[in-house]
Design a protein around this ligand. Structure first.
Ligand code: 8OZ
Length: 356
């Protein structure tokens, strides 16, 4: 039988019961101190039949934050909250990676400790808005990080990865997609640096590779995934040659024996550049997690052809806590309610019905 969503997957020392991943999904429902709270525990518990859950992005430090009510992984309260989540998922036999997140320029002084400016590779004002305690406000021109500050950013990733061990995760995914800090270093529309972290592809990959090395030093590379979004213009991102850039990045990751490379294959904007995902994927010699608008049929085709090793589902996992069972039974899917994606309470979060 060809490989399909229900084929088990051995990922290093981790055994996944199926190849259906829950994509990382920002939901803006963290509790006090940006710590996971009871309804977050219930939400992930409900979805534990995924072969692998990748959590919503969790900020690695107080200054990595970019949105209201997103969880962190830098305080004792946050670690304790996540421990409840991992215990709940493990009690149902699930596996869960935390997504390590630094928003970089996609933040706002009103979300930052002491009202300081967000940081970025370069002081370039991105188009877009931040959702702040007083509502939507335009993004601001960030402060360019000094070269001497970059070891501190890498150290923050390392510490957050250590916190994930304490919180009982099975591994971590490094968020290098969708216009956040690591992606800002990778793509030249956001990176105009003239030091060793800007200009050439080698230089633009440097911070990413230092972070991967540091996090792999904590977890072992086989418990570390990396997410890219080569064509996503979200957060005002652009690159002068996406194919060349991301083929390079995927190739560079072959230096580690990672759990997986995760490709977010969509552009949230209207004019995606030409991009050959098959070529990009072939640059990477390890496992590939495909994501972006897949349904069951397309996912199975991607697995059968060897293009993908796992497929991550986002909106359909929001609306269907028992998505694997629905796929297995070819049961109808609940429709996601966009109005309750970001922020709010249990409504649109833990109240989607499972099959009876
Ligand atoms: C939507 C809203 C807020 C954040 C991403 C973490 O795009 C996000 C995100 C998505 O990766």
């Amino acid at each position: 039988m060809p490989t399909n969503l229900f084929s088990p997957l051995q990922m290093g020392s981790l055994s996944l019961t199926n190849r259906i991943a829950m994509a990382p999904l920002t939901r803006n429902r963290a509790g006090a101190g940006n710590a996971p709270q009871a309804m977050n525990v219930e939400y992930y518990r409900q979805r534990a039949s995924a072969g692998l859950i990748v959590t919503e992005g969790a900020q690695i430090s107080a200054t990595a934050v970019g949105y209201l009510a997103t969880p962190g992984i830098h305080s004792t309260g946050q670690i304790a909250g996540w421990k409840q989540v991992t215990d709940a998922v493990h009690s149902r036999g699930g596996k869960i990676f935390l997504q390590l997140w630094h928003c970089g320029r996609v933040s706002h002084p009103s979300l930052q400790p002491g009202g300081i400016l967000p940081v970025a590779p370069s002081a370039i004002l991105p188009a877009g808005q931040a959702f702040t305690p007083t509502g939507w406000q335009p993004l601001v021109t960030p402060r360019a990080l000094e070269s001497s500050e970059l070891p501190g950013i890498v150290a923050d990733y390392r510490k957050a990865a250590q916190n994930c061990v304490e919180a009982g995760f099975d591994g971590v995914e490094i968020h290098a997609a969708n216009g956040y800090l690591l992606d800002q270093f990778i793509r030249d529309g956001a990176n105009r640096r003239t030091d060793a972290y800007g200009g050439s592809l080698e230089n633009r990959s440097r911070l990413l590779l230092e972070v991967v090395g540091a996090v792999a030093g904590v977890w072992g590379a086989e418990r570390v995934g990396v997410r890219f979004s080569p064509i996503n213009s979200f957060n005002d991102m652009s690159d002068s040659d996406p194919q060349r850039t991301f083929d390079y990045m995927a190739t560079a990751l072959n230096a580690f024996d990672l759990a997986y490379l995760h490709g977010m294959e969509l552009d949230f904007g209207a004019n995606p550049p030409d991009f050959d995902f098959a070529q990009f994927r072939r640059c990477f010699k390890g496992r590939y997690m495909a994501n972006g608008g897949y349904d069951q049929a397309r996912a199975n085709a991607a697995l059968a052809s060897g293009y993908a090793d796992l497929v991550a589902f986002g909106a359909s996992f929001i609306a269907n806590p028992d998505l694997p069972e629905r796929f297995a039974r070819n049961a109808p899917l609940n429709t996601p309610d966009q109005a309750t994606f970001y922020g709010g309470d249990e409504k649109g979060y833990t109240d989607y019905p499972a099959l009876s």
